[in-house]
Design a protein around this ligand. Structure first.
Ligand SMILES: [Zn+2]
Length: 227
């Protein structure tokens, strides 16, 4: 596995290849990297690492969207949750025993589930951010959630933190890494050495592992609620 890429890379030197080429092999679940003879292995891997956005886009394209429909199973907070519609249940979704149930008009089912997930994301992320700022002595930040495209979180110049609501679908340890990252930006508005030191201090775990885990599960999280 190459740091920065979600899939393992198989490297092949090809005497007649004229340029570097990366191909997603869906069936074998790996990336094939073709390397011309004159290019070194480390230069080739550096180049491949810089294609991570392309790899993510390819993965999102080949794998189907996961709409929030009754009967679907979605990732949630490190586990899986079954979505269930029940005529007799209240309109407000309720989570019990890994089953998220709601009633009301079936045509609004997806909207109600999506709303509940966003509310839950906001509630937890506000709580987790507060807990971290309080324990580290960093001043409190306004927190909001949205669907920030390809980003998992952002911290504005004014110090406001915005998270992608899909983080509620991720395991708590992965979410905690994004929280530590954004809280560290409250002190350092860059990705310099001071920032990385603070991020490592704020995160209770291995930052590199958490970042890789997010890259690996990210494409799936982004498919949930689409289509
Ligand atoms: Zn950052």
């Amino acid at each position: 596995m190459l740091a920065g890429l979600a899939w393992p890379v198989e490297l092949r030197t090809h005497p007649r290849a004229r340029r570097l080429r990366l191909v997603l092999d869906e069936h074998r679940g790996l990336l094939r990297l073709t390397v011309p003879r004159r290019v070194t292995r480390s230069a080739a891997l550096d180049w491949a690492r810089r294609q991570s956005n392309w790899v993510e886009a390819q993965l999102a394209r080949i794998e189907p969207a996961e709409p929030l429909v009754a009967g679907a199973t979605i990732p949630f907070d490190g586990g899986e949750v079954l979505l269930c519609w029940n005529d007799a249940a209240p309109r407000t979704p309720r989570l019990f025993d890994a089953v998220l149930t709601c009633g009301g008009p079936p045509e609004r089912f997806s909207d109600r589930i999506a709303g509940w997930l966003r509310d839950e994301a906001r509630r937890r992320l506000v709580e987790e951010t507060r807990a971290l700022t309080a324990s580290s002595g960093i001043s409190d930040a306004p927190v909001s959630v949205g669907d920030a495209g390809t980003r998992w979180g952002s911290c504005s110049a004014s110090g406001a933190i915005r998270y992608n609501w899909r983080l509620i679908l991720a395991p708590p340890a992965v979410r905690a890494y994004v929280v530590a990252h954004e809280v560290a930006h409250r002190v350092h508005m860059n990705h310099g050495a001071g920032f990385h030191a603070l991020q490592a201090e704020l995160y209770d775990g291995d930052v590199g592992e958490a970042r890789l885990a997010l890259r690996r599960i990210g494409p799936r999280l982004k498919r949930v609620g689409r289509g």
